[in-house]
Design a binder for this molecule. Structure first.
Ligand SMILES: Nc1ncnc2c1ncn2[C@@H]1O[C@H](COP(=O)(O)OP(=O)(O)OP(=O)(O)O)[C@@H](O)[C@H]1O
Ligand SMILES: [Mg+2]
Length: 386
């Protein structure tokens, strides 16, 4: 943990007041390349703990990564307190031949295609740092004010928001279902964002289904909280399994991160299940089917354009085949809905299941407070009945 963490959290020693400002030290492309290389060389030790105080940085997720601040065209190391503006996810040095880990190329292609199709997704790029390519995403939990000062916006992933342990991020392990996630957005999103957030989230489920985004678990969705307003964060960490696994594995043996209707396995997600998913996604069934149809039609071009945007040498054979493979896969799924009777008479309205319980109504959280210069920790207390 540290002073520049996900969202607006800053973790400091007991007697230290968290500061918004901090020093920035400029990094050359070669400096950044060295950090990228260090993660590639030793992916398990990507938290830089060589620095006593200078580099308090923390981000979730399994892949090695670090955060930088960008001002104009220059890159800076935010020394602790100063907010970073970009996240660098290395793990992709195909050009130098050191690893065959092309996940970042696949993530770049999937994210770019999503944006091109109108899915609300974070901005991503693959930049060249002195010959070393790295995946860079612009932080959506930072905002530059008119005075040029970068402010932190709080973010909470869906596990945090639902008080679910990270180990339960997948539905199959007892984690949040599609119904849980939709309910979270419906209940958390501010009234003026709610409608568009629910629509954007439904659209993300449609996209992730058609590209086989098998990793769309509860920690890969977040809410943003700025002052009194809450809204769904842009989509991130979108990765099509078609860029990673053989076609047959995706088609016959893979499953979505959550159930669509009653099924998770792609080969079992029938038209009836798509109708059920539409119910959970609060979208009229015919509208949802029309969107699947449209996405399936436009995906091959969108993916192809994104592959063409990859820096030279980064498209492996499998990445180059993504447009065609995703196109075929998406068309097959979308077609399951066509020609089937998906009326409410044929498929009763589907309620789905919630896996995550309501907070314990018998207990209330009493926030921590300063009392006579002593910090009194927050705690749960029994709700007193009146
Ligand atoms: N563009 C962004 N802006 C702000 N925060 C982000 C952004 N992209 C990712 N994050 C944050 O960083 C965390 C980790 O990112 P991400 O999910 O991309 O990493 P990962 O290592 O691929 O994760 P996983 O363990 O799911 O493979 C996310 O949960 C999110 O909180
Ligand atoms: Mg992730």
């Amino acid at each position: 943990m540290g002073e520049d963490a996900p969202g607006s959290v800053q973790v400091v020693p007991e007697d230290v007041v968290p500061a918004g400002m901090g020093a920035l030290s400029e990094l050359s492309d070669a400096d950044i390349a060295r950090r990228v290389q260090a993660i590639l060389d030793d992916p398990d030790h990507w938290v830089d703990d060589t620095d006593e105080d200078e580099s308090r940085f923390s981000l979730g997720g399994k892949q090695g990564k670090f955060a930088l601040a960008r001002i104009g065209d220059a890159w800076f190391e935010p020394n602790g307190r100063a907010p970073s503006t970009h996240i660098v996810k290395p793990g992709m040095a195909l050009a130098s031949g050191r690893t065959d880990n092309d996940v970042q190329a696949v993530e770049f292609v999937t994210m770019r295609a999503a944006r091109a199709l109108g899915v609300h997704a974070a901005t991503v790029d693959i930049l060249d740092f002195a010959g070393v390519p790295a995946f860079v995403t612009t932080r959506f939990d930072r905002r530059k004010d008119r005075d040029g000062v970068v402010r932190r916006i709080h973010q909470e992933d869906f596990c945090q928001a639902l008080s679910v342990y990270p180990s339960l991020k997948y539905e199959e392990d007892g984690g949040p279902t599609m119904a849980d996630m939709m309910r979270l957005v419906a209940e958390t999103s501010s009234p003026w964002y709610r409608r568009s957030d629910l629509q954007a989230f439904a659209d993300l489920f449609a996209f992730n289904l058609l590209v086989a985004g098998v990793d769309a678990h509860a920690k890969n969705h977040s809410m943003l909280h700025a002052g009194p307003a809450s809204r769904l964060a842009p989509a991130y960490d979108l990765i099509s399994a078609h860029g990673i696994w053989p076609a047959d594995r995706v088609k016959y043996r893979s499953a979505a991160a959550v159930r669509y209707g009653k099924e998770r396995k792609y080969r079992q997600i029938s038209g009836r299940n798509l109708a059920r998913a539409a119910d959970l996604l609060r979208t009229p069934r015919d509208e949802f089917m029309a969107r699947l149809d449209e996405l399936a039609a436009r995906l091959p071009d969108a993916v192809e354009t994104s592959v063409a945007e990859l820096p030279a040498g980064l498209a492996t054979d499998r990445v180059a085949r993504m447009p065609e493979r995703i196109g075929t896969f998406a068309r097959e799924i979308a077609d399951r809905a066509l020609g089937e009777d998906l009326s409410h008479k044929a498929v009763p309205r589907f309620e789905g299941t919630l896996a995550i319980g309501q907070p314990d109504a018998a207990r209330v959280w009493e926030p921590g407070t300063w009392r006579r210069k002593e910090w009194v920790m927050g705690r749960y207390r029994r709700r007193t009945r009146r």
